[in-house]
Design a protein around this ligand. Structure first.
Ligand SMILES: *Cc1c(COP(=O)(O)O)cnc(C)c1O
Length: 361
């Protein structure tokens, strides 16, 4: 190795799901929303005078911050926005996990957490989920440098009841606890309302709690890259200090306008969440009849295992049939497939293929 390479920061990057270049595939591998965003989004991206591209954006993204604050009924000082929740979470890791003590998160969870920890030299310990992929609360009681959990968890789809989340927050008031709620909008309940198990419901009680969410899944804007965090004004100030020390203009003008418009269209949001939940219930039943089992999912995907056919084999067969799902070649989950809930038509094609395949098998 040449000498200069000794001085390089070396990281093993996160591996995102495949984004195939070919068309006419059924893409159920990265939990994108199968429906387009609200029509208000297209209207908001006004290209007529070129200003939206020519001018620098508002570094505070005020229009978007205020729209999110209004939607959740919180003060704008409690909202931070970023380029997807990946950017928001990376800022959180840099900002809040600086103690030098190990941070804690589950062994099976969003696989970006350990990547950021490594990148930012943050020590961490993973805690084993139980046999049913549930978080064991007492694992999170010992002294630590901070905690991050995804709820519902990825890639399992398992939702942790709010009282159990609160128990973790209450046992850790001297560190920041981050709840990544990328999938919470898909929880069963009244469509488009703040879900019953969202940690937003207990935010006023805990200064050390930060809730992160994204427009990528429930608001059909993965391509726009919009994420946000809601917490105490002090926390948000610390996050903004880190952000402005890095890049003043993270959110571009199209993203700010598109995000604000998406939040305004509450009726559209509620209707499409309802459609995805209905498809999830229907397809869940069909998959069980085909011999699949899975935990109850409160997300826009199902994490399934088959009673006799290995997941890897099914993944390959589906791939050849141009149906792309996600397979993780990792301990404990290497016999599972994560299948995004697509449109009814897409899911019917998936079920028809599996029916055929499993009959010949
Ligand atoms: C998808 C996802 C994110 C990141 O979403 P962005 O597209 O970066 O907003 C964060 N956390 C979890 C658990 C996710 O599944």
């Amino acid at each position: 190795m040449p000498k200069w390479e000794d001085n390089v920061r070396k990281v093993i990057p996160y591996t995102p799901g495949e984004q195939p270049k070919i068309s006419n595939i059924i893409k159920l591998n990265t939990n994108e929303n199968p429906y387009p965003p609200s029509p208000l989004v297209k209207e908001a991206i006004d290209m007529s005078d070129g200003d939206i591209l020519r001018k620098y954006p508002d570094p505070s993204s005020a229009v978007l911050v205020e729209a999110i604050a209004r939607h959740y009924g919180v003060a704008p000082e409690r909202v931070f926005v970023g380029v997807g929740s990946d950017d928001v979470l990376a800022m959180c890791f840099i900002t809040f996990f600086a103690s030098g003590r190990p941070i804690l998160f589950p062994d099976i969870t969003y696989s970006f957490y350990d990547v950021w920890a490594d990148l930012f030299r943050i020590p961490y310990e993973t805690k084993k989920l139980d046999e049913d992929f549930r978080i064991i609360n007492r694992d999170y009681y010992p002294e630590n440098g901070g905690i991050i959990i995804a709820n519902p968890n990825a890639p399992t789809g398992v939702l942790k009841p709010l009282d159990e989340v609160e128990d973790i927050v209450r046992h850790n008031t001297d560190v920041v606890v981050i709840v990544d709620e990328a999938y919470i909008d898909f929880e069963e309940g009244e469509d488009g309302k703040i879900p019953a198990d969202s940690a937003l419901n207990i935010l006023d009680k805990y200064e050390n709690l930060l809730v992160v969410n994204t427009f990528s899944k429930s608001r059909s804007l993965a391509g726009m890259r919009i994420g946000f965090a809601i917490g105490s004004p002090d926390m948000i100030r610390y996050l903004n200090d880190a952000k402005y020390s890095f890049n003043s203009y993270t959110m571009n003008r199209t993203a700010i306008a598109a995000g604000a418009a998406a939040v305004e269209d509450q009726a559209y949001f509620a209707r499409h969440l309802g459609m995805i939940k209905a498809t999830r219930r229907r397809i869940g039943k069909e998959l069980r009849e085909l011999g699949f089992s899975f935990n109850d999912s409160q997300s826009n995907f199902l994490f399934v295992t088959h009673r006799s056919v290995p997941a890897k084999e099914l993944f390959t067969a589906l791939h050849e049939a141009k149906i792309i799902v996600r397979y993780f070649d990792k301990p404990r989950i290497d016999n599972y497939l994560r299948i995004t809930i697509g449109t009814d038509e897409e899911m019917d094609t998936l079920v028809a293929f599996l029916k055929e395949y499993l009959r010949d098998r």
